[in-house]
Design a protein around this ligand. Sequence first.
Ligand code: PMP
Length: 360
Amino acid sequence: MQPAINFGAGPSMIPQEVLKEAQEQLLDFHGNGLSIMEASHRSSMYEDIHNAAIADIRELLSIPEDFEVLFLQGGASLQFAMIPLNLYKGGVIEFVDTGTWSSKAIQEAKILGYTTRVVASSKESTYNHIPTDIHFSAEADYAYITSNNTIYGTQYKTYPDAPTPLVVDASSDIFSYPIDWSKTSLLFAGAQKNAGPSGVTIVIIKKELLDRAKENTPTMLRYDIHAQNNSLYNTPPTFAIYLLGLTMKWIKAQGGVEAIRRYNEEKAALLYNTIDQSNGFYVGHALCDSRSLMNVSFNVRGKDKALEAKLLALAEEARMIGLKGHRSVGGLRASIYNAMRKEGVAALVDLMETFAKNHR
Ligand code: PMP
């Protein structure tokens, strides 16, 4: 059966090459007579995979020596609590609120009783843009942004400058552009969009931030413990890390993150051009200069729910799945992460153009 064209927001498409390689190796990993899933996390068979995945992440993102790469669990959501537990010094944490995931991060810091300040927000306009007037202060303990807003389809073109350590939730756009490490002190991402399957979270943290955890921080929630143990303090999600490692090799084979970025720009342009040239039949949620290359959220003429349902049904008939928009914005959302081929986007664009013609 032909694979479905999966526009889901995450877990999402994994490159076919990665899945096939995993399938070939599933029962017998390199003649060891067992699956990698069954191997001890202390075996050299697994440790080689673990270390190669870290080395490939470092290479792909040109990570400087003074940063650690960690594999953690609990999803990106656990980072909303782990970051303040490890970085807060008793002052204030500054946030830009660009949607649900930033709001949740703010909420977790508040639950801990820490002082938060929102320095810029697009909440008043249903998070349809990235604020331009962002001014972080020098007194804060750290600054926090969400680089790509998975639900609203907005994305920073460059990270803002912060006089304090900048923390970036890159869950939905990691490995789609090079990172400026002179601006970024901690970057994290759940793997399930651009880096592999769910179950593992990548945390890339500047070493000088490792000694800031408070005394009463539980062991498993301390970055320094995971760093000292090469993310093998306890049993890591070995199979997820194995698949993540295969995905890193796939990104390298595509030419790395710069080549991926160019390809993604072409993919996104196909969709945004269709929206812009539809004479208002399709309306994008994000303002033009904040548009995401990863998630394209849009409505059909006047937010017509019946038309949107019809388009979704036609898409499903053509095996295009995962296009229903998040309940907070409605409409449709096409997530076109790294693994989505241009042919998949072209198929959606064809459907949208025909649909618009037939319903004018
Ligand atoms: N941050 C962003 C930007 C996300 O898109 C998501 C999930 N869609 C999360 C955080 C939460 O990730 P998880 O489900 O791994 O906790």
